[in-house]
Design a protein around this ligand. Sequence first.
Ligand SMILES: [Zn+2]
Length: 431
Amino acid sequence: MQRDFLFRFISIFLLFFFTIKSYSSNLPVKFEGSEHMTAGDKTKLFFSSEEGSTGHLLHLPNGLALTYGQLIALGDFYGLPKEPIALGKSEKERTTRFHAAFNTLAMTEQTVAETNQILQVFNFEKNEIEEGMKRGEKPEDIYKRIEKETTIKFNCITGGGCDSNWWMNPGRYLELQKTNFDHFGKNALLAYQAGHQLALEEAIEAHHIHDLNKLEIAYAMDGFAAHFLTDRFASGHMRTPRVELFSHVTPSVVGSILSGYMHGEDNENGLHVHNLNRDQWIAYGDRFYFNDCNKENIERMQQVLQISVNEIFYAYENGTMPYENEIAKLIPEPNEIKNNSHLDISSLFYWDEPSYKLYRRTNLDNYFDKHWTTNWWGWSTLLLLAKRHGLTIENQANLVLSGYGEIALRDGLLTDKDISNYVRYKVYKDN
Ligand SMILES: [Zn+2]
C-alpha cells in the first residue's frame, strides 16, 4: 500500500473499525461503543463447539497478545523486505517465506515493545482525526498535517532514523513499502494463501496434541495472512501492475511511485467487480472502507474473513484440511482491466502479457480517455502526476536516496524543507 493512502487507511480502519483492546497497562486504548465494528475484530473465533467470540487475545511465543484485527493491521509493519512472499517460486517456498515474515512479529522479544509503540501511533492518529474533525477540519487535511510526524515515528520505531535526517536512514517500515508486491493483485492472493495454508497445518497439529495455544497461533497466522486478503478487496489493489511498474520502469523507484498514483485513482473512483460465483458489485478502495458506497464490498470482505477463520477451526476440530476452496470463489476481480464500456475509469497503467509491454493512459488528466500508449517515460509521467497530486515525503526521500535528488530538486519535486535543504546544500558543496 502506498504511503499517503496507507495512513488514511490505517487510521480510518482504527477510527471506525477497530476495537483496540489494550494488551498492556501502558496502552489505554479502547474504542468502546464504536458504531462500526472492525472486519478483523468482528470475526468470531472458535475454541470449542460453543458460540464463537470476538476480540479474543491471541498469545504469541514472544509474549505478545493481539486480536485478530490487530494482526491484520500489523501486516504493513512486519516481514522481510527482500523476500516478498508471493515471489517465492513454489507453494512450498511461499509458505516458508510467509513463516519467516510471521516470525519477525511473533518470535523476537524486541517486537513486544515495538508493536506497543506502533499501536500508540495508531492511537495518536485516531485522536488527531477525531479532534481535528470536531474543529471542522477535513480528514484529508488532517492526514496531510500529521503525515510527516507519523512517517518519522513509524520509521523510528522500526529501526530507522528519528531526527530531521530520519529519511536518510529508512527503517523496516519504509523498506517494506519499497517492495510491497504482496499487497497487490494476484500476489496478494498468493501471499494470503501461503499464510492460510500454514495456519491450517498449525491447526491440524493443534488437534493432534489438543493444544489450544497452538490453535491461537494458527489464528494469529491467519490474521497476519488476512492482511493481504483485505488489501485485495480495495479497488486500488486489484489491477495496479505493481511488480511490472517496479521492474519495467527505469529507474524502478519511479515505477513504484507511479503505482501509488494508480492505486489512488482506482481507490477513489471504485471498480465494477465480479467473482467466480458470478456475484457483481462495486468495490472502492482504502479510503472508502467505511463509506456507504463501499458497504457491500466490506460485507463481502467480512464474510470471507469469517470463512477463513471457520476453516482454521474446522482443521482443528477434525484434524484434516477443509474440502472445498470456498474463498477462491469469493475474491473480487475487476470487470475491466482497461475500460471498454465506460463503467469505470480507464486504467492509468496496464501490463499486456502477450506483447510484454507496459501501457500508459495517453491523457493522464482524462479518466475516461480510451487510448493507451507504450511510448512514455517514467520521469515525465511522474512530473505530470506530481504536479496534479503532489508527492509524499516518503517518495521525495526515496528519490533522493536513489540518487535522483538533484534532478528532483531542479524539477520542483522536493517540497519538504529538510529534504530539499539537504539536496541544496549538497549541490552547493559539490560545486
Ligand atoms: Zn497492505
